[in-house]
Each structure stands twice: as C-alpha cells, then as structure tokens.
Design a protein around this ligand. Sequence first.
Ligand code: HEC
Ligand code: HEC
Ligand code: HEC
Ligand code: HEC
Ligand code: HEC
Length: 218
Amino acid sequence: MPQIFHRSANGIARFVLWGAQVAFLLVILVWTGLVRSEFFTEVARAPRQPVPFSHRHHVGELGIDCRYCHGGVETSASAGLPATEVCMTCHSQIWTNADMLAPVRESLASGEPLRWQRVHGLPDFVYFNHAIHIHKGVACETCHGDVDDMPLMMRAHSLTMGWCLSCHRDPEPNLRPPAEVFAMHWKPPEDIERVRKSLIDVLGIDTATMTDCYVCHR
Ligand code: HEC
Ligand code: HEC
Ligand code: HEC
Ligand code: HEC
Ligand code: HEC
C-alpha cells in the first residue's frame, strides 16, 4: 500500500492533538483565573472622577469624620455622597481659585450635582444595608479597607456573594464595639475574643439565619 503520509506524520498528528488539548486546558485555567482576578472584580482600580478627591488628604491628614460627607451611613441603607455645598463649607474659603476645584464651583453655580463615578455597586437583585452593619459592629474599614490611605477611592474587596458569605457564615472574628466602627487602623484590645463573644449576645446577632437566601435576595 502506498504511503500517503510520511511515518513521522503520525507523531506530528499526535503532537498536534495533545497540544490542542493542553492549550484548551490552559485557556480554561487562565480564563477562570482572570474572572476571579482583580482585573474583572475591579478591586484596586480607581475610576476617573470629575474632581480628584483624596480621602488620604481629607480623612487621613485633616481627620474629617466619615459622617460629615456620608451622612446616611448610620440611619439608612445607603451611605450617600456629599452635596456640593458640603465641599463648599471649606472650599468657599480654602483653595478658592484652584483649577482642580473648578468643577465644584461650577456645580454650585449651576445647581447641577457633581457626577461621581461609582466605585462600588451591587446588582439590583441584591439587598444591602449600611445602617444594620454599622449598628452590629462591622466597621467601614472591614469592608472598604484603608480609606484614609487612598489618594483616589478604590475597592478593597470584590463584593461577590462569596465575599459577603465569608463573613455571614462566621461574623464573630470581624466584629468590634460599635463605638469603634468609624476608626481606621483600629488596634483590638487584649481581651478582644471575649469582647467579640459578648457582642454576639449584646447586639443580638442571629448567626443561624444570616446565610439564608432571603436576607440578601428579597
Ligand atoms: C470631605 C468629604 C468626605 C469624607 C470626610 C469622607 N468621604 Fe468618602 N467620599 C467622598 C466623595 C466626594 C466621594 C466620591 C468620590 C470618590 O469616590 O472618591 C466618596 C466616596 C467614598 C466611597 C466610594 C463610594 C462609591 O462610589 O462606591 C467610600 C467607600 C467612602 N467614600 C468611604 C468613606 C469612609 C469610610 C470615610 C471615613 C473614614 C469617608 N469616606 C470620608 C467624600 C468624603
Ligand atoms: C472640612 C474642610 C473641607 C471639606 C468639607 C472639603 N475639603 Fe477639600 N480640602 C480641604 C483642605 C484644608 C485642603 C488642603 C489645602 C492645602 O493643601 O493647602 C483641601 C484640598 C482639596 C483638594 C486639593 C487636592 C488635595 O487633596 O490636596 C481638592 C481637589 C479638594 N479638597 C476637593 C474637595 C471636595 C470635592 C470636597 C467635597 C466632597 C471637599 N474637598 C471638602 C478642606 C476641606
Ligand atoms: C458590610 C460591609 C460594609 C460596611 C461595614 C460599610 N460598607 Fe459602605 N458599601 C458596602 C457595599 C456592599 C456598598 C455598595 C452598595 C450598593 O451598591 O448598593 C457600599 C457603598 C458605599 C458608599 C457609596 C454610596 C452608597 O451608599 O452606596 C459609600 C459612600 C460607603 N459605602 C461608605 C461607607 C462608610 C462611611 C462606612 C462606615 C461608616 C461603610 N461604608 C461601611 C459595604 C460596606
Ligand atoms: C465583615 C462582616 C460582614 C460582611 C462582609 C457582610 N455582612 Fe451583612 N451582616 C453582617 C452582620 C454582623 C449582620 C447582622 C446580622 C444580625 O443582626 O443577625 C449583617 C446583616 C446583614 C443584613 C440584614 C439582615 C437582617 O437582619 O435583615 C443584610 C441584608 C446583609 N447583611 C447583607 C450583606 C451583603 C449583601 C453583603 C455583601 C455585599 C454583606 N452583608 C457583607 C456582617 C457582614
Ligand atoms: C450575605 C448576602 C447573600 C446571601 C445570604 C446570598 N446571596 Fe446570592 N448574591 C449576593 C451578592 C452580593 C450577589 C452578587 C454577586 C456579584 O455581583 O458578583 C449574589 C448573586 C447571586 C446570584 C447570581 C449569580 C451569581 O453568582 O452572581 C444567584 C443565583 C444567587 N446569588 C443565589 C443565592 C442563593 C440561592 C442563596 C441562598 C443559598 C443566596 N444567593 C444567598 C449575596 C448573597
């Protein structure tokens, strides 16, 4: 029988077939890696803002309390963003001619609010509530990271369901006395484990129901 392919073609065909399979596996590995990576979950990326507002400067250096600008955080589901007038309580007197602040002055003059780009955002089918977490001893820092070190705001955590559940399954190690929830770089006291145990009772945290689907999908 005449040989159409050279003997070595078999080897090549096998090589190509195996190669294709290995390449396929690699693509899957890289893809799932990427989907879980910071690139897709948008951790550690700061969006462009109309004004390069710095939490490092205003919180870390000037020491302004979160509630001065995010007034809803203790009382409602959303923390809210500050109105232009809040910036102007200071910037009508300091840095009044800075180019960087021109959009703030224009916003005050026109009455058009500044269009801040959202850094965090959950899908509509997820229910979240700031006030509950604040009153139950979960700190800003625990979910938003070292805000006072951020020249531009960025996400510290993925906000995936897995991330929420990692705490809801076992909240105790993440708790602190509610008076400390606004503090940054908080140092737990020596007897923190005892404190955390008692917080579960004192604050009435119901660990049995916290992972029920309806808590976050209602
Ligand atoms: C002087 C006002 C001011 C203070 C004080 C302040 N913030 Fe902000 N914050 C802003 C502004 C303006 C934005 C929107 C621009 C941006 O994302 O940087 C913002 C955005 C944020 C965001 C992201 C919102 C989003 O788009 O998802 C978080 C989280 C946040 N602040 C947390 C904090 C925490 C925690 C503190 C206290 C430790 C704090 N902020 C104090 C003004 C302030
Ligand atoms: C409690 C007073 C206060 C409030 C409220 C305030 N700022 Fe400032 N801001 C300052 C001071 C003080 C400086 C520093 C000026 C300097 O460096 O000499 C500053 C500096 C800045 C700068 C210059 C860049 C930097 O960070 O060094 C920007 C931009 C700015 N602020 C934006 C804002 C915006 C936007 C708001 C409202 C969301 C706001 N500020 C609210 C006090 C305030
Ligand atoms: C249990 C985690 C958690 C804690 C604690 C927490 N946040 Fe948030 N924060 C979130 C999530 C999740 C979002 C996105 C909410 C959404 O998209 O509906 C968010 C959004 C925000 C926003 C954007 C505006 C808004 O309300 O959606 C600001 C500002 C903010 N947080 C500030 C704070 C401050 C200040 C504190 C502490 C007093 C705090 N957060 C504590 C998880 C948390
Ligand atoms: C670091 C810990 C922590 C993280 C992260 C966290 N939570 Fe919570 N959450 C708590 C605690 C503690 C409570 C209080 C539970 C209680 O009182 O029984 C709570 C309560 C809630 C409640 C109210 C439940 C009720 O009683 O009505 C909702 C809704 C909720 N969380 C949603 C979320 C969502 C959505 C995320 C993620 C985006 C999230 N949480 C992330 C700790 C956390
Ligand atoms: C503590 C809050 C919380 C609880 C409890 C929770 N989820 Fe979620 N769920 C989320 C968040 C946050 C997202 C959005 C994730 C994202 O955007 O990546 C989500 C997304 C989803 C999605 C969309 C697909 C996906 O993975 O993004 C489904 C389906 C879902 N949840 C089902 C459930 C079911 C079923 C339960 C009960 C066994 C449950 N969830 C309990 C917070 C929660």
